[in-house]
Design a protein around this ligand. Structure first.
Ligand SMILES: [Zn+2]
Length: 67
């Protein structure tokens, strides 16, 4: 999937700059469908940024996000 290249790029960009809402949404719809990108996100330490930004719920989801 060519999408993965884009998503992993966004995940790495997120460490350096704020992503736009549209970029977070792109990540949020892709990650649940792609274990490769989830692994990448975990790898770079961006554990909960995407789900947090999308849901806007903040802290309470943290514990179960990565089991
Ligand atoms: Zn992917």
């Amino acid at each position: 999937m060519g999408k993965c290249k884009h998503i992993t790029r966004l995940l790495s960009d997120a460490l350096d700059r704020p992503l736009t809402a549209g970029e977070w949404i792109a990540i949020g719809v892709h990650l649940p469908t792609c274990s490769g990108c989830r692994n990448y996100r975990r790898h770079i330490g961006l554990l909960r940024a995407a789900s947090q930004e999308i849901s806007g719920t903040g802290g309470s989801r943290d514990a179960r996000e990565e089991q």
